[in-house]
Ligand binder design. Sequence first.
Ligand SMILES: [Zn+2]
Length: 99
Amino acid sequence: MKCWHCKTELIWGGDHDIEENEDYDIVTNLSCPNCHSYVEVYHPSEKLRKEEYIERETPEESYHKKLGEMIKKVKAETKWRDIFKIVEEAQKRLNEKEI
Ligand SMILES: [Zn+2]
C-alpha cells in the first residue's frame, strides 16, 4: 500500500485486535518512511459486514415483498384474472403510497 500523500510504499507496523469496538475487529497500522504519515486501517467485523450486506439487499427485497403482498390484495379485491393488469394496479398503488 502506498502513502496517500507522497506515494512511498508504507511500512507495516502491526495488526491489533480491537475489543471495545463492535464494528471493527482489527486495526492495522502503517507508516510512511518518507513523509512520516501514519495510516490506520480498520478491518470491518463480521457484524458490520453482515449489516452492510443486509442494507444492500433490503430496498429491493422489501419492494418485491411489498409488491407480492399488494398483488395478493389486488387479486382478492378485484377478482381479476389478468396478471398483468393486477401487477400494474399493485405497482400503481405502491407508487401512490410512496408519494
Ligand atoms: Zn508519505
